[in-house]
Design a protein. Structure first.
Length: 254
């Protein structure tokens, strides 16, 4: 009940944030712009619309998760409202988990809205509902679950600006970590290679949630990949949340 109350309150606060509506506006423009971009490009126009549309959902979802998530905890501390909340019979982990779930609810609503615009645009070209696109969108949302946990983690101990930079770095590293495998293969066996392998395991691999290319080009995807990606996102998010709770529990607000 306490977690739900914090989550609903966070959701109400998030949907009143002007930054949110600005990002939703640009997200809608980005999705619709894919229609005009397709007209100017040689090739399969529907595939171009799908590719740009999914990229827009992913990009603006990431921006919303980071820009709003990094300020969730900091605002409470900065405005001193955290003292009022902590005076109530609520544990710190419940407060943090409620914030996380509240932002996830906000992201879910936004993803659904963007997906409806996107699917309607595709329907206007193919006159069919491309249900397979929902697979890519579902894993985009799973990636946003991880990014939200990252934003919450950084917001527990630093300012929104630094949290945003750290979260953005996390996002970029997560989509470029595949290059680490090449470096490991080219490194001679020894301590250096072992350290690189440990670093590779610790660093996120957000490409686990990237099914855009396969979905757009109708490429086969093994069923076990879905389960592996889901479990990876679930456990990585839990790991980040537990780390955030430990830091938040030990933080002194005075």
């Amino acid at each position: 009940m306490k977690i739900r109350a914090v989550a609903l309150n966070t959701f109400r606060e998030a949907i009143r944030d002007r930054i949110l509506y600005l990002l939703i506006f640009f997200a809608a423009i980005g999705i619709i712009f894919s229609r005009f971009l397709a007209l100017l490009t040689v090739g399969d126009r529907v595939k171009i619309i799908k590719d740009v549309g999914l990229a827009s959902i992913s990009l603006f979802g990431m921006l919303i998760a980071i820009l709003i998530g990094t300020g969730l905890v900091y605002k409470e501390i900065d405005k001193k409202t955290i003292f009022t909340l902590m005076a109530k019979p609520i544990h710190r982990y419940q407060f943090l988990l409620g914030k996380y779930l509240g932002l996830l609810l906000t992201l879910l609503v936004i993803i659904i809205l963007m997906s409806l615009i996107f699917l309607f645009l595709i329907f206007g070209h193919t006159l069919t509902i491309e249900w397979n696109l929902l697979v890519a969108i579902l894993f985009i949302f799973l990636e946003l679950c991880v990014l939200t946990a990252v934003a919450i983690l950084f917001s527990c101990f630093t300012t929104p600006i630094l949290s945003s930079l750290y979260s953005l770095a996390f996002y970029l590293i997560g989509h470029l970590s595949w290059g680490m495998e090449t470096i490991i293969k080219k490194t001679k066996p020894g301590l250096g290679r072992t350290l690189l392998r440990i670093l590779y395991i610790i660093l996120p691999d957000l490409e686990n949630f990237n099914f855009k290319t396969e979905v757009v080009h109708n490429l086969p995807i093994p069923g076990e990949i879905y389960l592996q990606s889901f479990l990876y996102g679930l456990f990585y998010s839990l790991f980040l949340l537990v780390l955030a709770m430990i830091i938040f529990q030990r933080r002194d607000f005075v």
